[in-house]
Design a protein around this ligand. Sequence first.
Ligand code: FES
Ligand SMILES: [Fe+2]
Length: 485
Amino acid sequence: MGAYFKFKERRIEKALERDSIRGFSAPPAPEPEYDATDRRRAIPAKGLREYWYPLIHEDQVGYKKPVYWRICGEELALFRDDQGKVAAVSDVCPHRGASLSQGDCFYKGTVSCPYHGATFDKHGDCKAFIPEGPDSKMVGNLPIKAYPTQTHRGWVWVWMGDAEPAPIEEDIPPEFLDLKTTSLFHSTTYWNMNWIIAIENQNDSHNGFYVHRNALMQLMSPRMRARTPVGPRSKLIADRALTPMMQNQRYYLDDKGNMPYQLYHEGVGGMWPLHTWRKLVWKLFSPWYRWGVYNKWRLDPKRYPLPSPEEWAGVPGASAWHLPSAIRVNAGVYLFTRYAVPVEENLSRIIYFQHRPMPRTIFGHIAQWIWFHGYFNYWLNYNFSGQDGVVAAPTRYWTKENLAPTDSHMSLLRKLVTERSRDAKRRVAALKAAAAAAIAGGDTLPPKSAAIGSDSVDADLEAAAQEKAEMAPLGVIVHKRPKMV
Ligand code: FES
Ligand SMILES: [Fe+2]
């Protein structure tokens, strides 16, 4: 089962690489019709930059040949450095633009361009320019952009920012820095959509009961948040994460405190769900859940993985969004983290991490492996989560939205991204500096504007800066399915 999906993932990765060899140019993006108070305008189409992202599993990078990879709209060449760790540099050779990933790793810790043999180390320094011989003036004078990387538990994390890398523990799930408490499973797939669409999908308007009604997970046992016309309030944590506080979940409960399975919708004169046959399926599976999945032994809190910090969904049952683009569910017996890593404007690499309690014996490891690869990965990631991938892909992101009360959590996510993220803070700082320079130059300030992200900066200053410094375009999200052959 997993082999088919692995094959599919590799096909997309190969197609991305083929595109780059064939040569391609993106069509110009049409100007969207947005109004200036809409936070979506300030969401960077190719992802936030000042963060650590999961890049690739180190096993996918060998020692002889570099690997072509794309993230945040940038093309990277990955290779092994002098310590055997995965290093990342731009794929575009600074000599005349050839593709480094089509080259070779002739010398330990370096990658050589296939065109004229410019050879770079992990810092992006040119160590040799082979056709010109050892005295070439290019040596030491042909820097290429290098991306800081760190490897934790086999996963390579990359810093995509322009500023000095932030401490990695601010950005990555804590289990990656603790080798003893949990085991780690992962799988990767691709969704044909922008990264923000992919992460807005989580904690969405209770779509669990609707979109996923025929997912195995839903058919096997009743679960998901209660339906309610009022969204939960959310809590902002350390300008890095949001967690829903799960109020308003009891709106439709009956006198006995139970959620009715069907609710009558007067406008259409009918019940939802339309039928009750799924309840029979639940009954069929109830012994499996009672004795297999939810037995006392498995649910003993002593067997739970690490207590998680609040920003990573602290207590069992909690969920969180975490910058730059992760969602996290604390299921008690396991911790689930799903990243939507921007690849291009219309393609996201969906990486699932699952941390489970570290087994004490080799048999425990084998049992977990079989559980994840034979059942769980399909059950949660491909079957259940894949349904979100299908319904969210055609989202016309620039549609004039009419948000529902249950979208409140998503609105706050947009605020987090556009006003509290490191990228937003940097942008505001740059605007302030430009405005101060404009004022120092004796310019007259234009009238106040409703600029996004201006809550922490004087609006006049920001407006002046926009006039003077022409705010760099933040990217436009265009709905278009990439050609994948
Ligand atoms: S283009 Fe890379 S060495 Fe010439
Ligand atoms: Fe969903």
